[in-house]
Design a protein around this ligand. Structure first.
Ligand SMILES: [Zn+2]
Length: 101
């Protein structure tokens, strides 16, 4: 996966296009991500006890990883991710500035 948890990403399509956010979760099997503040769904929570009111909780729902672009932590630009091997270890690099991310 090119995107990891806690990465900063830019949303490039959908209703939250142009929004930046932190990746809260990545689901490699389904190719989906959850981004802070993006794709907000309202969830109704039922009252636990009788007499209590139900609540509406807003939480971000997952969406396709192809809708986000990684923001390089070094140059701050949305970028594509490259990889390079150094002494057998794989590193992610920014295609814009060439630095490790
Ligand atoms: Zn960069």
């Amino acid at each position: 996966m090119k995107i990891k948890k806690n990465d900063q990403v830019l949303i490039i399509s959908g209703k939250d296009r142009g929004r930046h956010g932190k990746v809260l979760d990545v689901f490699p099997e389904s190719g989906k991500v959850v981004v802070e503040g993006a794709n907000i769904r309202k969830k109704h929570v039922k009252p636990k006890k009788s007499g209590e009111k139900g609540q509406i909780v807003e939480m971000p729902a997952s969406f396709s990883i192809s809708n986000v672009k990684l923001i390089c932590s070094k140059c701050g630009k949305p970028t594509r991710v490259g990889h390079k091997l150094i002494e057998g270890k794989k590193y992610r690099i920014c295609k814009k500035c060439g630095q490790e991310i």
